[in-house]
Each structure stands twice: as structure tokens, then as C-alpha cells.
Design a protein. Structure first.
Length: 100
């Protein structure tokens, strides 16, 4: 959602498989080498599912700007799953995530 736009949904992407319940999501970035001498930011999202104890890391191909291409349909996206992982917690629940 874009808080400056009365919480309008910018892009909706269903979680697959559909029985997963996405509980927490956080934005972060890493610095990566572009193959030459330059460093660039890679924008990412990390998401947890609740009872499935599965996590996903998404790459934001458009540099983290969800409004970059306004001609896209609602379900179109630059989000790409680049990693999936399992996790476990002391309580057995995945109630969100904080990334530092």
C-alpha cells in the first residue's frame, strides 16, 4: 500500500500455493556488484507464511518503485521469488519479521 495515497493497493500478487497464509513481510536491500567495478542496490522483500513455516525472498526488479510502469495490470509485477526457505520458531508460529 502507498500511505500517501489513502492506502490504495498498488499491486496484488496471490501467494502460491493458495493455502499459504502470508503473515509478515519486510523490505530491505543489499549492495551487489554489477559485474564491473560498480555497486548497486538490490531491493528485496522477505515474507513469512504462518502455519506452513515457509519463507520467500523476492527481488524487486524495478528498483523498488512499484509505480514505475503504470501501464501494468493489477496482477502484473516485477516481483520475482529468488529464494524459498523453511524456518522454525520457539512458539511454532511465524508472526511477522523484522530485518536489520
Amino acid at each position: 500500500h502507498d500511505p500517501s495515497d489513502s492506502m490504495t493497493t498498488l499491486r496484488r500478487i496471490p501467494l502460491a500455493p493458495a493455502n499459504f497464509f502470508g503473515e509478515g513481510i519486510a523490505y530491505y536491500y543489499i549492495w551487489a556488484n554489477d559485474g564491473g567495478d560498480n555497486m548497486r542496490k538490490e531491493h528485496r522483500l522477505i515474507q513469512l507464511t504462518w502455519k506452513n513455516k515457509r519463507g520467500f525472498i523476492y527481488s524487486l526488479d524495478d528498483g523498488g518503485n512499484p509505480k514505475k510502469n503504470d501501464s501494468q495490470s493489477e496482477n502484473s509485477s516485477h516481483l520475482k521469488v529468488i529464494r524459498e526457505f523453511d524456518y522454525d520458531t520457539v512458539t511454532g508460529e511465524g508472526w511477522g519479521i523484522t530485518f536489520l
